[in-house]
Design a protein around this ligand. Structure first.
Ligand code: GLU
Length: 372
């Protein structure tokens, strides 16, 4: 299977950006890196994808700004640094996304929030509403109020990003890091370390490949990334670890190019299609062989390919799409049953003449169908 096939369909993507990527070679933040993330996110949003960002960097930027070097277990200064750094970090993200005409939202989370079901549900409503309004949600741990999140043992943004990907039913978690993926041993220490492009299952052997944190500025290392991969796998979400140094890495990995390590999941359908597959049908649309071929080749379903309609349904209801005896797909139509009955077998130019209006050329759009 090639990378595109391994990745499957990708609609909702969580992108985690590590501290070392954001601060690379700069006294505080790397504007060119943050701008390039914003540019690539804009391109993906223009394709209709939903993007959520998890950003690290608050503590690192805060410490640099305050010009202090904390002792290893000195928590209060890191919390103080997080509150200094977080507002600078968000200001920088705002500026970068603004250059591409995108609005950002800041969401700071602690582990207590993920553990409370009601808060999680409310949070998901907030996220859905932000995405509907084309806002880019940007998450970080609320380091200033929670010490657990700052220790090297428990909290880290790799785990945070995996939990967000899982709770929001994301299709892909992309972790951008200072490493280009998983190696069988630490490539910074061993010259003969072998790169692993694909992880099909997270075995003990894979877990043993993870060493300790790769840098001093971020919290996570390969261990936390493998832990993130397990959370993603359990949620049916794919995960990629890739280097933020590669230009256009977001577009390249999402486009199925062979960069980084992909952690495969059995579930290769988008959230919407997973839901469509299991939803009840309100009616049946019978289509001809030509239409079967078209929709199997990722084209929309036009009225000309429709032979018959059964049942009463509205736009937005789920209906089954059959060819004779065989169920081919399920989908959400742009027209109701009566309208489809009247325009069946016609060229799309005739829709307005017959109905007196036309909202769409197609009866089902590709993104609103799941093919069996
Ligand atoms: N939340 C931390 C920060 O913004 C980073 C944690 C991590 O590096 O994973 O500095």
């Amino acid at each position: 299977m090639n990378r595109k096939e391994l990745l499957g369909e990708v609609d909702r993507i969580v992108i985690k950006v590590g501290t070392s990527s954001i601060t690379k070679g700069c006294s505080t933040t790397s504007t060119s890196f943050m701008d390039s993330v914003a540019r690539q996110v804009k391109a993906l949003k223009d394709e209709g994808k939903e993007i959520l960002i998890v950003t690290s960097g608050a503590i690192g930027i805060g410490l640099k700004t305050m010009n202090v070097i904390p002792k290893p277990n000195e928590i209060p200064i890191k919390q103080a640094a997080a509150s200094v750094g977080q507002s600078i970090l968000m200001q920088k993200w705002n500026e970068s996304f603004d250059r591409y005409g995108l609005i950002t939202a800041q969401i700071l989370l602690t582990m207590d929030i993920y553990s409370d079901r009601e808060s999680t549900l409310n949070l998901n409503n907030t996220i859905d509403s932000l995405l509907e309004h084309k806002v880019v949600p940007i998450f970080n741990e609320n380091d200033a109020v929670c010490i657990k999140e700052i220790g090297p043992v428990f909290g880290d943004n790799d785990t945070l990003s995996a939990v967000i990907a899982s709770r929001t039913d994301a299709d892909l978690l992309l972790i951008l890091s200072d490493v280009d993926g998983l190696y069988d041993k630490n490539p910074k220490l061993y010259e003969d370390a072998k790169f692993i492009p694909t992880v099909e299952s997270i075995s003990r052997e894979v877990m043993d490949m993870a060493g300790d944190p790769t840098t001093n500025v971020g919290v996570g290392g390969m261990k936390t990334k493998i832990k993130a991969a397990i959370i993603c796998r359990d949620a049916g979400c794919r995960m990629i670890i890739a280097s933020s140094d590669v230009s256009d890495i977001i577009l390249k990995t999402v486009g199925g190019e062979d960069f980084g390590t992909v952690f495969v999941s059995d579930n290769l359908l988008t959230k919407k299609r997973r839901w469509l597959k299991s939803a009840c049908s309100h009616g049946i649309i019978d289509i001809d062989e030509g239409a079967v071929e078209a929709i199997s080749n990722h084209q929309s379903l036009l009225p000309i390919g429709i032979k018959g309609v059964e049942g009463l349904f509205n736009r937005g209801d789920v209906v089954s799409i059959v060819c004779g005896e065989k169920t081919i797909a399920k989908g959400i139509p742009n027209y109701n049953s009566d309208e489809i009955f009247r325009i069946r077998g016609l060229h799309s130019e005739k829709i307005e003449e017959v109905l007196g209006y036309k909202t769409h050329d197609d009866v089902f759009m590709t993104e609103n169908m799941v093919i069996f």
